[in-house]
Design a protein around this ligand. Structure first.
Ligand code: CA
Length: 644
């Protein structure tokens, strides 16, 4: 590039970065604090109220904000003096009506229960060494995702955590040691932004919620901090969590819920820009594609900008490594692509973005514009969960008693094959025989999340018990391990629900979003009760990560190297991955067979000297036996993996 070209490139980058710059709601210096509030053009006034406490009491000062000279749709005010420690609210007047105090849509720090925003010097919230914090260098195809809820993970006494149920639990040595031993390299944390349904002022009461009820999108949740009253604490502790996980080589992925808010009337959106942030149906009602009473209008310019800036805030301030979009099928494709591009500019392509490619009800936007699974090809480097492989393994989402492949039910093989290739086009995958998707929906295998269970619906143990009458404990373990072998040998990105590695159950509760700890908690004693389960999961995950043939990462490579065997028997899926010539891969032909029959089967493979690395619920990549090819026996209800 010559000098003129390079100057232009710099200038363009500068313009882009200015465009992407957030409307900072509060910028603090010891001499003065600047407040800003974006509004609709019809807004006529904004009041700023300053408080000494995050809740209760009366305003110390009530000040009029001014329309900004640079942007007529922003009100701003500079308040002289050191305001650190103060709390504030914004109150917008529109159509002659005061809309009511709120924390503002762009609050980055709040008091207890998120009712008032706080004046904070964000640099005070950085833990020691934070500026040296670096994201682990892990490409999307190398990820193994572990979905967890802070309280589930560490609340039970059996875990022995010093900070049960808190962000800080993930900084404790036994948490890090467990995650490393398991081998996952990304934790996907359930909603950890400030949500409404847990009363942060009374954490001594029994309270539990998953947190899918957003209040302040750009602030960590208070109930996971050791002090929800002091605004800096939750921010600092969240960063300590990220820092500890990064040091352990583990990425942190945030579950983001931009598709709806806790309520409409009291929300920051509604009190700042009435009716702008929510979609309405043709007959004037609030649309409810989220199933939670409202649906955010991601396609509107201010909303799109808000979502982009919110994601960038988590990237820049908290060093987040990826985002899981709740009900991505409620968002428009253009916004998802705009977020992808903004993230690429800010950090790069290794920030992983995925979501649920469905909604929970009809949306007030045509489906060809929505971030649905069927539209994933229009969202490069954005992934979606595959309900196809999930339900082909465990049974359909709408009936816990129904089973599928794991119960030895024929007819699910093609749906599993589709999941194995990562939902891409493959010459041997006949999509007309796939359960849900009648066409390949991913361009690249990294656009498909492979999984069998998550926080929604029953966990794997409960589902196996509910769908397979009279299942024995031995069968339960065999099928659990078989299920995760399918997940972990997929060319998609594998994902597991935290606690499955210790055979968690939720006592059969289908939707445990507000169930007590006794239902949701992990029982760490299970590691001793079922040591073979953790050992298998761990060995399987490490094997996947250490062998590139399990995560080729490119559709062309998958089509060329993954070849299914013509097994001619039900409830068997078998394939060969050609590992020859892959950089860093020591294995050549590698065979994987999933057999859910209650009897052993045989498969035909070419003669040769093969090393068995997984057989009869034992997995060890160093090798557990040898076979000579020809007719190879695959024990009942288990996976066989061998290579030469
Ligand atoms: Ca909260």
């Amino acid at each position: 590039m010559n000098r003129t070209a390079s100057l232009w490139a710099t200038l363009i980058a500068l313009i882009i970065s200015l465009n992407a710059m957030a409307v900072e709601q509060m910028s603090y210096t010891p001499r003065q604090t600047t407040f800003r509030c974006p509004v609709l053009p019809q807004a006529t006034a904004v009041k700023l109220r300053l408080y000494n406490q995050g809740t209760g009491g009366t305003a110390e000062q009530t000040l009029d904000m001014q329309r900004a000279t640079t942007d007529g749709d922003v009100f701003e005010l500079v308040v002289k003096g050191d305001l650190k420690g103060k709390f504030y609210t914004l109150d917008v007047q529109q159509d002659g009506k005061w809309l009511g105090e709120c924390a503002g849509i762009n609050a980055t720090a709040v008091g207890v229960n998120g009712q008032r925003a706080a004046v904070v010097n964000m640099r005070d919230t950085d833990p020691q060494g934070w500026k040296h914090d670096r994201r682990p260098n892990i490409a999307p195809q190398e990820l193994v995702l572990y979905e967890m809820h802070h309280r589930d993970f560490s609340i039970d006494a059996s875990g022995g955590f010093k900070h049960p149920g808190k962000f800080l639990a993930l900084t404790e040595p036994q948490a890090i040691a467990h995650l490393q031993q398991l081998g996952i390299n990304a934790v996907h944390i359930l909603p950890s932004f400030d949500y409404a349904s847990v009363d942060e002022a009374h954490l001594e009461r029994a309270q539990y919620n998953w947190g899918y009820d957003p209040l302040n999108y750009n602030v960590p949740e208070g109930s996971y901090s050791t002090d929800p009253f002091t605004p800096e604490v939750r921010i600092r502790e969240f960063k300590q969590m990220v820092q500890a996980l990064h040091q352990a080589g583990i990425k942190v992925i945030l579950d983001v819920v931009y598709n709806h808010t806790f309520n409409i009337d009291g929300s920051n959106f509604q009190r700042t820009c009435p009716d702008y942030f929510y979609r309405k149906t043709a007959d004037g009602h609030y649309s409810n594609g989220s199933g939670c009473g409202n649906e955010v209008a991601s396609e509107r310019p201010l909303v799109r900008q808000f979502m982009i800036e919110s994601v960038l805030h988590w990237l820049k301030e908290y060093h987040i490594d990826g985002f899981r979009f709740d009900l991505m099928g409620c968002h428009d494709i253009e916004t998802m692509n705009a977020i992808r591009q903004a993230v690429d500019r800010e950090v790069g392509r290794d920030i992983y973005i995925y979501g649920e490619g469905w909604s929970a009800g009809g949306c007030a936007l045509p489906s060809d514009q929505l971030g649905l699974k069927a539209n994933v090809k229009q969202m490069p480097r954005v992934a979606a969960f595959s309900d196809d492989i999930r339900d082909a393994l465990r049974g359909p989402w709408d009936d816990d008693r129904k089973s599928a492949f794991l119960a030895g039910k024929p007819g699910n093989e093609m749906s599993i094959m589709m999941g194995i290739v990562g939902a891409i086009e493959h010459p041997q995958v006949d999509y007309s025989k796939v359960n849900y998707s009648k066409a390949a929906w991913a361009t690249q295998p990294t656009q498909m999340i492979s999984y069998v269970s998550c926080h929604d619906d029953m966990c794997l143990v409960d589902r196996l018990r509910a769908s397979i009458p009279n299942i024995t404990d031995d069968e339960l373990i065999r099928l659990d391990l078989l299920a995760q072998t399918a997940v972990m040998t997929s060319q998609g990105v594998p994902f597991m629900l935290g606690g499955e590695e210790m055979l968690r159950n939720k006592k059969g509760v289908h939707n445990s979003y507000n169930s007590p700890d006794s239902i949701n908690h992990l029982d760490w004693n299970n590691l001793e009760r079922y040591p073979q389960v953790m050992t298998y999961y761990s060995n399987l995950i490490h094997m996947r990560r250490q062998h590139p043939l399990f995560h080729l990462g490119d559709a062309g490579e998958v089509r060329q190297r993954v070849q299914f065997l013509d097994v001619q028997q039900p409830c068997v899926v078998a394939w060969r991955i050609n590992g020859k010539g892959i950089k860093g891969e020591a294995w050549n032909d590698t065979y994987i067979v999933l057999n859910s029959n209650r009897h052993a089967v045989t498969v035909d493979v070419p003669a040769g000297d093969y090393t068995v690395v997984c057989r009869n619920i034992v997995c060890d990549q160093r090798g557990i036996a040898t076979v000579q090819g020809g007719k190879v026996s695959v024990p009942a209800q288990s996976a066989l993996i061998f290579h030469n």
